[in-house]
Design a protein around this ligand. Structure first.
Ligand code: SF4
Length: 444
């Protein structure tokens, strides 16, 4: 076995898991290939939060069956879908060699040994073990100049629609000493990294099991630690409105030169009735109070959010309250999902999925167009202004290069230049604004 290919069907947490798996496989001397047809080992990384990516992942695995026949490729699946389906995949897809859950993919080298001995592997654990902290010792490859470091996993909140606590387990925070070790190892291996993104399912609830540090302490200490190592940008996701505190906002102000002004704070709904049914733990008024404080302290902050439409019992009036919220907050970006019941959850078991599908789609489209208008309005405020862009991608286009990067507010910025730049931070003057990106010229 010399080569591997990983296909991700899921969220940012999955992307991070895949980078870790990639690091583990590379430590075994395997080489990643971009073409699935050339891989000796094909792994599918899965998310079960929504039905669609789950189905896509299983269907992709089915398509890979022929590669096993033709060239003896080893097939494996890991992540939330095996965690939910347990033995089902192992029994119904006999051509799949490795089925592992979310709590034990750090043992992949051991499982590959078993496969080499001709065994099939089914290892889905019921809960996590502290052993998973060993993942910190595998520096994940960055994406361009951005490194992702998970500091908190799992969730204790049990929102009534969400499967995460069932498949990712209870909330646990990585010890601060390990966060620093992981950052150091990663920067040592990939010295061109310019930005660190700290990840957590509900990152505001981070609490170091050794020191008691909270997220604000981590941000301060990581900032101090990396500032002289070439890191000029730090971000963190995902925040939860119930845990997002004024103290944290005050810390963001103190760290405004290094922690970027972008917050993902998902409200899910603007109706107090629906928020209660979702068991989100805050009201619309409390959410808005936090947003207003954030905007007051950091006037240049960009805010994004997630929304669910068509939740059980959501009336037109409830939905209109969500639209009102969107108008008040003026989001920079929003992600809308139509409610779809997930196994194990309270909503799937006890609430009637009583908003018709057509109505859900209508609400999804309406909210999307509201959010697009809002994003465009926000993006237009950048017109004719300079913004600092960290280059994340480049492509040769005739005599020129086409660059893509992110500004402090996490906006995608595109520009062309004859200059051959690397993952540099440059000044771009914005000339065109669209809902999803900005276009500008390099300011020299
Ligand atoms: S806070 Fe709610 S939506 Fe977020 S992961 Fe936990 S249960 Fe799921």
């Amino acid at each position: 076995m010399k080569t591997f290919f990983i296909k991700v069907f899921g969220c940012q947490m999955n992307e991070y898991d895949s980078l870790k798996v990639k690091a583990i496989l590379e430590s075994l001397g395997l080489k990643e290939v971009k073409n699935v047809n050339e891989a000796d080992l094909i792994l599918v990384d899965t998310c079960t939060v929504r039905e669609k990516p789950e189905n896509k992942a299983l269907s992709f695995l089915g398509q890979c069956k022929k590669l096993k026949k033709e060239r003896g490729a080893i097939l494996g699946i890991f992540g939330c879908v095996p965690q939910r389906l347990r033995r089902k995949i192992f029994e119904e897809m006999p051509y799949v060699d490795i089925v592992i859950g979310t709590f034990n993919y750090h043992l992949l080298p051991l499982y590959l040994e078993k496969v080499k001995e001709g065994k099939r592997v089914f290892e889905v654990w019921n809960k996590y073990s502290l052993e998973e902290n060993k993942l910190a010792f595998y520096p994940s490859p960055p994406k361009g100049p951005i490194s992702y470091i998970t500091i908190q996993i799992g969730c204790n909140r049990f929102c009534t629609y969400c499967i995460v606590p069932f498949v990712r387990g209870r909330e646990r925070s990585k010890p601060f000493s390990l966060i620093i070790k992981e950052i150091d190892k990663t920067l040592e291996k990939y010295p061109y990294i310019k930005e660190i993104q700290l990840l957590g399912q509900n990152i505001d609830f981070y609490k170091c099991p050794e020191t008691g540090y909270e997220l604000k302490d981590v941000l301060k200490k990581v900032s101090e630690h990396v500032f002289n190592k070439g890191i000029k940008r730090i971000r963190f996701v995902t925040s939860h409105p119930a845990g997002f505190s004024k103290d944290l906002v005050d810390t963001l102000k103190d760290l405004k030169d290094i922690v970027m002004p972008y917050i993902h704070l998902p409200p899910q709904s603007g109706s107090n009735k629906i928020l209660k049914l979702m068991r989100r733990g805050y009201t619309k008024e409390e959410y808005l109070e936090k947003i207003n404080y954030l905007k007051e302290i950091l006037p240049n902050v960009a805010i994004s959010g997630d929304f669910i439409v068509g939740f059980p019992e959501e009336t037109k009036k409830d939905f209109e309250e969500t639209l009102e919220l969107v108008k008040k907050v003026k989001y920079d970006q929003g992600f809308v999902f139509a409610y779809n019941p997930r196994p194990f959850t309270y909503a799937a078991t006890f609430l009637k999925d009583n908003v018709p599908k057509d109505e859900k789609i209508k609400r999804l489209q309406t909210l999307n167009s509201f959010l697009m208008r809002s994003a465009l309005e926000k993006n237009k405020t950048f017109l004719e202004k300079n913004t600092e862009v960290l280059i994340t991608k480049k492509e040769k286009k005739g005599e020129k290069y086409l660059y893509e990067g992110r500004n402090p507010q996490n906006k995608i910025v595109i520009f062309e230049s004859e200059k051959n730049l690397d993952f540099d931070t440059v000044n771009v003057k914005i000339k065109e604004a669209y809902p999803y990106y900005l276009k500008g010229v390099l300011n020299v």
